[in-house]
Design a protein. Structure first.
Length: 486
C-alpha cells in the first residue's frame, strides 16, 4: 500500500480535527489522532533511533564517539528547544512549528546511511551529524507539541490518557524493534549488514513523514502567551532556590545525567563484551519495552490518584538497582530479568516526570518551561555521558581486589555501571525531599506502592482489561465491573 493510500485510510477513519467546527469535538479527534500519530512515530523509534548506536558500533566507533552519539545530540536538541519555544511564542501557531521540523527530522535518516556508503573515511562523523540534526529537529518541535497537547487533554484523567497513549507507543516500538532486529539478523547471516541498516533507516524516514502528515491534521487551539508570562533562562535558574518546579527540573536533570553515565555503554557491553548477536540484543531490548507496555498506564493512573511525585519517589528507589544487577551476571536470561526491573522503573519515572510538568506549569508557560528544562537536562546528560562516563570507560580497571579476593570483569564497563548506580541513589536521596506535590491527592507511601508493584493487582488488572477488549458483549449491552485497580 502506498504512502498516500495509508494516509487516506487514516483520514477516512479518524477525520481531520482542524476542520471540525466544535472545539470540544476537535479536541476529542486530536486526542485520537495523537494516539495514532504516536503509533506511527514508534516505527521511527524502533527502526531508527534504537539502531543508530549499533550502526556506529558496526562502523567501529570508539567509546568516546558512542558516548558522544548518545549525549551530544541531546544537548543540541535541548538548545534547539529554546529556539522552538521562541518560534512557538512568536508565531502563536504551534502546528506551523511542529510539522516542518518533524519533516526535517524524517529526512535526516537518509544521509545517515548514505554518507558512510560514499565517504567511509568520514562514516562516524556523518552518523554523529545526522543523528544530531534528527534529534535537534525533534526536540525543537517538543515545546510546541507539549503546549498543544496540554490544551487538548483535560486535566482530569491526564495520566490515564498519556498512559494509554504510551502503552500503544511502547507496544509498537516493541514490535518494530523486533522486526528491525529480524531484518538485521537476516542481513547479518547474508553478510550484508550495511544493507540491513539502510532498510531500517529508510523505514524510519517513511514513518516519520507519515507522522508529520498526521500532526498537520491536529487541532491547534488559540495560543496567545502574554508578555507577563515571558521569562529568560537566567530567570529560570535564579528562581531555582525558591521555585518548586525548578527544584524538580534540577532533580530530573541530575537523575538523567547520572543514568547517562552508564546509558551509552549498555549497547557496547552487549554487542562487544558479551558478544551477543543482533537477535539477542533485540530480544533484550524488547523485554524492557514489554515491561513498559504492561506498566505505563498503571503508573499513569497511580499519578492521577496519588500524585506524580510519589511515582517519582517510588521509581527513583528502583533506578539504581538494574545498573548494579548488570555487573553481577553475564547470563543472558538473568539479564533479561534485569531489563524487566529497568522497564518497571523507567516507565513510571518517565510518565511521572511528564505529567508533573503538566500539573505544575500554567498553559502559557509550558512551551518555554519545556525548553529550559530540557537545556538543563541536556547539559547534565552531556556531562554524565560524554565526559564522566567516557572517562570512566577508558580509565577504570577491569580487576578489583577486596582483601584476598579479586573480581575481574570483561571490561571496565561494569565499573561504570556501579558508579552510575551510586550517583542515581545520591541524587534521589538529596533532591527528592526538595520539591512537593502540586495537587490534592490520596496519599500512599512509596514502600506500599512498591509492594503493590510487586503484587498481583497489576497483572490481574491488565488481564481483565484484555479480556474485556477481546470479548464483545452479545445481545444487549452489559456493563462489567472490573476488579478495583489503579
Amino acid at each position: 500500500m502506498s504512502f498516500s493510500r495509508i494516509l487516506k485510510t487514516l483520514q477516512h477513519g479518524l477525520g481531520s480535527a482542524e476542520s471540525c467546527a466544535d472545539p470540544e469535538e476537535a479536541r476529542r479527534r486530536t486526542r485520537t489522532l495523537s494516539v495514532v500519530e504516536g503509533g506511527v512515530w514508534s516505527f521511527m523509534a524502533g527502526f531508527g533511533d534504537a539502531f543508530i548506536s549499533p550502526f556506529a558500533i558496526f562502523l567501529k566507533a570508539s567509546n568516546r564517539a558512542v558516548a558522544l552519539l548518545s549525549t551530544m545530540p541531546v544537548l543540541l536538541g535541548a538548545f534547539s528547544q529554546m529556539i522552538g519555544a521562541s518560534l512557538t511564542d512568536r508565531l502563536g501557531r504551534r502546528r506551523d512549528v511542529i510539522v516542518p521540523l518533524v519533516t526535517i527530522q524524517a529526512l535526516a535518516f537518509l544521509p545517515l546511511f548514505l554518507i558512510p556508503l560514499f565517504l567511509p573515511s568520514h562514516a562516524v562523523l556523518a552518523v554523529l551529524l545526522c543523528a544530531g540534526l534528527a534529534v535537534a529537529c525533534g526536540h525543537a518541535a517538543t515545546p510546541a507539541w507539549m503546549s498543544l497537547m496540554g490544551d487538548v487533554v483535560p486535566e482530569a484523567g491526564r495520566g490515564d490518557y498519556f498512559g494509554r497513549r504510551g502503552r500503544v507507543i511502547i507496544l509498537l516500538v516493541f514490535l518494530s524493534t523486533l522486526s528491525a532486529g529480524g531484518v538485521l539478523t537476516v542481513m547479518q547471516q547474508k553478510g550484508r549488514v550495511a544493507t540491513g541498516f539502510a532498510v531500517l533507516f529508510s523505514v524510519a524516514c517513511a514513518a516519520r513523514l507519515l507522522s508529520a502528515r498526521l500532526l498537520a491534521r491536529h487541532y491547534d487551539p488559540p495560543y496567545r502567551p502574554t508578555r507577563e508570562q515571558y521569562f529568560s533562562f537566567w530567570d529560570f535558574l535564579r528562581r531555582m532556590p525558591r521555585s518548586n518546579f525548578a527544584k524538580f527540573a534540577l532533580f530530573f536533570a541530575l537523575m538523567t545525567g547520572a543514568a547517562n553515565v552508564a546509558g551509552p555503554f549498555f549497547n557496547v557491553y552487549m554487542l562487544r563484551d558479551l558478544q551477543w548477536s543482533y537477535a539477542q540484543f533485540t530480544v533484550n531490548t524488547a523485554a524492557f519495552l514489554v515491561t513498559q507496555f504492561v506498566l505505563v498506564r498503571w503508573w499513569g493512573r497511580i499519578g492521577d490518584r496519588h500524585g506524580n511525585r510519589v511515582v517519582l519517589v517510588t521509581t527513583s528507589l528502583l533506578l539504581p538497582v538494574p545498573a548494579v544487577l548488570w555487573t553481577l551476571s553475564t547470563d543472558y536470561f538473568v539479564l533479561l530479568l534485569v531489563q524487566i526491573v529497568a522497564g518497571a522503573a523507567w516507565s513510571g519515572f518517565s510518565i511521572g516526570a511528564q505529567n508533573f510538568v503538566y500539573d505544575a506549569v500554567t498553559p502559557g508557560k509550558r512551551a518555554r518551561i519545556s525548553a529550559y528544562s530540557t537545556v538543563l537536562n541536556g547539559t547534565f546528560t552531556l556531562l554524565g555521558g560524554t565526559l564522566l562516563g567516557a572517562w570512566l570507560a577508558n580509565n577504570l580497571p577491569e580487576t578489583y581486589g577486596f582483601g584476598s579476593h579479586t573480581v575481574t570483569f570483561l571490561s571496565p564497563l561494569p565499573g561504570v555501571f556501579i558508579v552510575s548506580a551510586l550517583l542515581r541513589a545520591l541524587v534521589a536521596a538529596i533532591f527528592l525531599p526538595l520539591f512537593r506535590e502540586v495537587r490534592e491527592t490520596e496519599r500512599i507511601h512509596p514502600v506500599a506502592l512498591l509492594l503493590r508493584l510487586s503484587g498481583s493487582d497489576i497483572l490481574t488488572g491488565f488481564i481483565w482489561q484484555t479480556v474485556l477488549r477481546l470479548t464483545p458483549p452479545k445481545g444487549r449491552s452489559v456493563r462489567f465491573r472490573r476488579p478495583r485497580s489503579d
